[in-house]
Design a protein around this ligand. Structure first.
Ligand SMILES: [Zn+2]
Ligand SMILES: [Zn+2]
Length: 325
């Protein structure tokens, strides 16, 4: 296999690899720490703070009503995370300020500033999906969650090690569901369900959940909830996962390659060209050869975490592909 394709897998996943590496180091360190060491005390106080925050939410907001906390609570957490993650991006996209961020825009001449009418249309669909469809899904799956014993909301929070293992499994399952689901949606007989999402060839953050209900259910809800369900995760872990997913899909659709954040070049390329880069972690795209148009493009060479304030389009110059492949 060509070197640049292997490098692409490494560059795409460098943030995740780094986080897992730090987590393993920390876990090993904790194993050798005694109960009074500085690291152990810091970790323990973090765990206690999380536990008491959780108990306050649990007792204060939902009065120990498990049905409400699992359904309305999960929907509310998702909605708040989405609104918070999109607030700054939306402000920039609507006003065109601060103007210096323009140098990080991937498709320079597109949606800067964005048309208010189009942004409102995306906002309404996103709200419908995140509130109505998500609530419907949570209410309908509630008996199944209880029967299977997942999303427990009482008892101690999981340990740090458990959290890292759960998140790694969630991410791999999400990538598999996302990649194959996305490829199915691009088959001629199913593309009608995915067409709406591709109306935006130069996406903005909120486009992450801009799609019809069928795509939202099969392409978003199922891959994201498969991990917490199968792993019988604590509800607190599932909510943290929700936060992580909604923030990362917003960045992925933002249209800006911002220093020190992971690269959204791959998914941006997919929105513009339609037939390359269906996943987010690169390994399934490389395995099935669907990375090739992207990995051989100038945007493919820009798929890395930029650790400099110089925009990647200056450090890796070249014309980006603007056609439907
Ligand atoms: Zn997309
Ligand atoms: Zn697509």
């Amino acid at each position: 296999m060509e070197y640049y394709r292997l490098k692409l897998i490494w560059d795409t996943n460098i943030t995740g690899i780094f986080l897992i590496f730090v987590s393993v180091l920390l876990q090993v360190w904790l194993l050798f720490c005694d109960d009074n060491s500085q690291t152990w005390l810091i970790m323990e106080s973090l765990r206690r703070a999380a536990q008491s925050t959780w108990e306050n939410i649990w007792i204060g907001m939902f009065a120990e009503n498990e049905f409400l906390i699992k359904t309305v609570g999960t929907v509310a957490v998702g909605l708040v995370c989405f609104l918070l993650a999109n607030f700054i991006f939306l402000l920039i996209d609507l006003t065109g300020y601060p103007s210096w961020i323009y140098k990080y825009k991937i498709q320079e001449d597109k949606n800067f500033p964005v048309e208010k009418r189009r942004a409102l249309d995306v906002f309404k669909t996103a709200l419908f999906n995140l509130v109505v469809i998500n609530l419907f899904f949570m209410v309908m799956s509630y008996p199944l969650l209880n029967w299977y014993g997942t999303f427990r909301c009482t008892g101690p929070l999981p340990s740090f090690g458990e959290l890292v293992v759960h998140f790694t499994v969630f991410r791999i399952l999400e990538e598999c569901g996302n990649y194959y689901g996305h490829r199915i949606l691009h088959m001629p007989q199913f593309y009608k369900y995915h067409k709406k999402h591709h109306e935006w060839t130069a996406p903005i953050g909120m486009v992450a959940v801009y799609c019809g209900p069928i795509e939202h259910f099969f392409g978003n809800i199922l891959p994201v909830s498969a991990g917490p369900f199968i792993m019988k995760s604590h509800l607190f872990v599932a909510w943290l996962w929700e936060l992580l997913v909604l923030t990362s899909v917003t960045i992925e659709h933002s249209g800006y390659h911002i220093p020190f954040l992971f690269s959204p070049e791959g998914h941006d390329f997919h929105h513009k060209t339609f037939t390359s880069w269906y996943g987010t972690m690169a390994f399934l795209d490389v395995l099935h050869g669907t990375d090739k148009p992207f990995s051989s493009s100038v945007q493919g060479r820009r798929q890395f975490v930029s650790c400099s304030l110089t925009p990647v389009k200056e450090s890796v110059p070249g014309e980006i592909c603007n056609k439907h492949l």
